[in-house]
Design a protein around this ligand. Structure first.
Ligand code: G2I
Length: 475
């Protein structure tokens, strides 16, 4: 099957072909396409024209200018492909294993854990200095056959043990875990999906999140789902669960929006991300791919702009690199063609990422920079703020480093830890010292911050976390 022409889904003359196209992809991708096609919005064709000295030239570097990541789902079996690996290492600063950390891959028989391929993905990410998203601890699909045959308490215990073991194996190395994947039903119910896991009791999801937090306190813990690309019954069901979790102290940090899209984007895509962010969780685009068509580049740009407009949208992951790597065979839904060439969609994403920074280079001559009610730090400087997630005996600190009126090239954040506090893990920075007066230096991929932009790093520790505002030195 070739590329879908733009407007194909709306053609009244081709109902048979529409069905055959939809039937040719797996079931839930089909419903994603139907949902998005039904409310497709023609996005403005214009893309901000950049071309400033600050516009970065790769997806990861462009996203990093505003403290975000741009990632790809990758497969261990493709890492030997030179074109694939060249694009991966050049363009992306986050990786997600497409299949290698799933239950069937990591615990093929009960209690026997195999991490060979999961570790290959992890090591690839580490070698690139990239974030690693863990995917997925519990899901009704891709369960090993032994788990499929369990139920009740035996399944609950096996599932929680699985979460504990896998999160412990990868402790301190995962940026964010999809703790639970696709637990809500499609359609208008807004209810949980029936599954063997759901039949162990409605609290299985929160039990999984608590187990994951206990095993790896530094990882952000996400709920991840599809057909949640606008305000609809399914996304509202998830919204209500997240609100309930936050009110009861169930540890959840982020919601993943898979965004397997057709040829349109719901008009309330950004508003939907924002309403989740307003609950106090990060949001991430976790499995983005968009059906080929004349609108593909615009839909990709629209998703990018939406994430850039939501301060708690921390990054975007595309579900594969080249069209030929995609699970959506024949739909050409990715940013690189089969030969590894950049597509128009790639350029639209890069421009939208770069539009998140300044549109003119910083200058010390006229005209003077506009004044704002809360002035940023002086030119060439940076500022740092800490947000703490504490519990008895430990904490995770997230530090945001913000550039002033000029871009920053390299930064060092210094702070003082209270007596009895010791750092046990650091990500996206290199620390000097782990008790008392400590400092953190940028790593290779987050030293450049555009004027007014920010990046984030984090650390975890024992005792209580820092309370005073840190200092930041640029350069
Ligand atoms: O279905 C698309 C994605 C929907 N959200 C969750 C994701 O985890 C899911 O990823 C896909 C992978 O992209 C596929 O690669 O999950 C599929 C399984 O539901 C993956 O397909 C499986 C095939 O079904 C297996 O036959 C195959 O052995 O990939 C396996 C490894 O190539």
């Amino acid at each position: 099957m070739g590329a879908l022409p733009y407007g194909f889904f709306h053609s009244p003359k081709s109902p048979q072909r529409k069905v055959s196209v939809l039937m040719s992809i797996p079931r839930h991708g089909r419903s994603a396409l139907l949902a998005t096609a039904a409310v497709s919005v023609a996005l403005a064709a214009s893309v901000a024209v950049i071309g400033t000295a600050d516009a970065a030239s790769t997806l990861g570097a462009s996203a990093a200018q505003t403290g975000r990541y741009y990632g790809a789902a990758i497969a261990a079996g493709r890492l030997g492909d030179a074109t694939y690996t060249r694009i991966l290492t050049t363009e992306f600063n986050s990786v997600t294993p497409e299949n290698e950390m799933k239950w069937d891959a990591t615990e093929p028989s009960q209690g026997r854990f195999t991490y060979t391929n999961g570790d290959r993905i992890l090591n690839q990410g580490v070698a690139m200095g990239a974030k690693v998203r863990g995917h997925a601890l519990l899901w009704h699909q891709q369960q090993p056959s032994w788990a499929q045959s369990l139920s009740g308490t035996a399944l609950r215990n096996a599932a929680i043990n699985h979460v504990t073991q896998v999160a412990t194996h990868y402790k301190g190395k995962i940026y964010a875990w999809d703790v639970v994947n696709e637990a809500f039903a499609d359609g208008g119910s807004g209810a949980r999906r029936d599954s063997n896991l759901q039949r162990t009791g409605n609290d299985w999801i929160e039990a999984a999140f608590r187990a994951a937090r206990a095993a790896d306190p530094a990882a952000k813990l996400c709920y991840n789902d599809y057909n949640t690309d606008g305000v609809n019954a399914k996304s509202t069901g998830i919204y209500n669960m997240v609100r309930d979790f936050k009110s009861r102290g169930v540890p959840i940090d982020c919601v993943g929006f898979q965004s397997h899209l057709g040829t349109g984007l719901p008009g309330d895509y950004q508003a939907n991300l924002q309403r989740f962010a307003d609950l106090g969780v990060d949001v991430q685009i976790t499995e983005l791919d968009v059906a080929q068509g004349s609108n593909q580049a615009n839909v990709y740009a629209g998703v990018t702009r939406a994430c850039m407009a939501v301060s708690r949208c921390t990054g975007i992951t595309v579900w594969g690199i080249r069209d030929s790597d995609s699970w959506r065979t024949g739909e050409n839904p990715l940013l690189f063609d089969n030969s590894g060439n950049k597509k128009a969609a790639y350029t639209s994403v890069l421009n939208a990422l770069n539009a998140g920074g300044p549109t003119t280079p910083p200058t010390t001559s006229n005209p003077p920079p506009p004044t704002t009610s809360t002035p940023p730090p002086p030119t060439g400087a940076c500022a740092a703020t800490v947000s703490l997630n504490s519990w008895t005996g430990g904490y995770v600190a997230t530090v945001r480093v913000t550039a002033g009126q000029a871009a920053v090239s390299g930064w060092t954040v210094s702070l003082s830890l209270p007596s009895g506090s010791a750092i046990t893990g650091v990500w996206s920075a290199a620390n000097t010292g782990s008790t008392g007066a400590v400092s953190f230096r940028n790593v290779s991929y987050n030293g450049q911050i555009a004027a007014g932009g920010f990046t984030e790093f984090g650390f975890q520790g024992t005792g209580s976390g820092p309370t005073a505002t840190p200092t930041c030195a640029a350069g």
